[in-house]
Write a protein that binds this ligand. Structure first.
Ligand code: NCD
Ligand code: ZN
Length: 347
């Protein structure tokens, strides 16, 4: 059975991106701004974006790096630390500088050395966020070395997330880039104030991809891909039509040589073919009619933002994805490198 040759949906947003800074920002931002009207920009620069002045300055650098004529809107986030100033956070939110705040457990991932050591210490800040309706975005992995890397998300739910949601039940919370059936069950069972983003890679690959015929650094991201049963649970959630799940690519570019080294960086650069990836999944699941809600409606509704005007179109066409993309900053290996995908983003 073949579906439609063209797919037109309301202009989508990406609720989780790493745009980096400097020449890398200039090299990658157009891939996101081409497909998406808005994006939640992660604050894990080095040093991280921990106050409203830094976020306002970073937003200006992003706007300056956009292609001429782009109306893309970066939505900024605050990197929470043990020392976050709740007044600055609330003021930044009221002024429209901060859309949300991001919780990285200390040392969970790239540039997270400044993250939060014990979430309980942050409860006063999180209570303030609940009062003002500011969403908390969570990187949901424990970092204890004794916990198996494939169990870190499930253990985080038990040890951190469930108690947090119980303690501050009105907090708007996005469980970012979920990778497990346990995360889907948690989000499904929680109230409407708890949602999740899902990346294209976690819908398309399981952990075998990291070891297919040898070590595959370009399939490595955090949280790491899990077993097949988890991928299937994520596909079901994303295509279910539930308003709790929305698009967040977690596009995370690193120079090719920084991934292909003795201690390679985590992150998959999926921005160049992001919508094509998601369309592939939704079509395989017989759910192309659910893509628009996932990509363009559920996110803004959760964040309390207007839906975008306008539309984008994908057409059914074989596209050969290059093995790598040369940019001013670095050679970048995109998700699907060397593969053929069945959709083309028209604009
Ligand atoms: C991200 C990065 O490189 O900034 N990497 C990743 O694998 N997703 C950090 C993150 O979001 O965990
Ligand atoms: Zn991320």
């Amino acid at each position: 059975m073949t579906g439609p040759d063209k797919l037109t949906i309301r202009r989508p947003d990406d609720w989780h991106v790493h745009l980096r800074d400097g020449v890398m920002l200039k090299s990658v931002v157009a891939y996101t701004s081409r497909q998406f009207a808005r994006a939640i920009v992660m604050p894990n620069l080095s040093p991280p974006v921990t106050d409203s002045a830094a976020a306002a300055a970073y937003r200006e650098r992003i706007l300056a790096a956009l292609p001429e004529g782009s109306d893309f809107a970066p939505l900024m986030t605050c990197y929470l630390t043990d020392n976050t100033d709740a007044d600055d956070l609330a003021t930044g939110h009221a002024q429209g500088i901060f859309t949300a705040a991001k919780l990285y457990p200390a040392n969970a991932t790239t540039n997270s050395a400044h993250g939060v050591t014990d979430v309980v210490r942050l409860y006063p800040v999180l209570e303030r966020m609940a009062e003002i309706g500011m969403p908390l975005l969570v990187h949901g992995e424990v970092t204890s070395p004794e916990i198996d890397v494939f169990d870190r998300e499930a253990v985080f739910i038990e040890r951190v997330l469930a108690p947090l949601v119980q303690q501050i039940p009105s907090l708007k919370l996005v469980f970012e880039h979920i990778t497990t059936a346990q995360a889907v069950a948690f989000v499904d069972e929680a109230g409407d104030n708890v949602a999740a983003t899902i990346t294209p890679q976690h819908l398309l690959i399981n952990r075998n991809a990291i070891f297919a015929g040898g070590l595959r650094p370009h399939a490595y991201c955090l949280p790491v891909a899990k077993r097949e049963q988890h991928r299937l649970a994520l596909r079901k959630a994303a295509t279910s039509g539930s308003a709790k799940y929305f698009l967040g690519t977690d596009t995370a570019p690193h120079a090719r040589e920084r991934k292909e080294m003795d201690c390679g960086c985590a992150g998959i650069f999926n921005a160049p073919y992001a919508l094509e990836s998601y369309a592939t999944v939704f079509e395989e699941e017989g759910a192309l009619d659910k893509l628009e809600a996932f990509a363009s409606e559920n996110g803004p509704r959760f964040y309390g933002l207007p839906l975008n005007e306008g539309s984008v179109t994908l057409e059914r066409r074989k596209v050969d994805v290059p093995a790598s993309i040369a940019t001013e900053a670095a050679e970048l290996v995109p998700f699907h490198a060397g593969e053929t995908i069945g959709w083309r983003f028209v604009g």
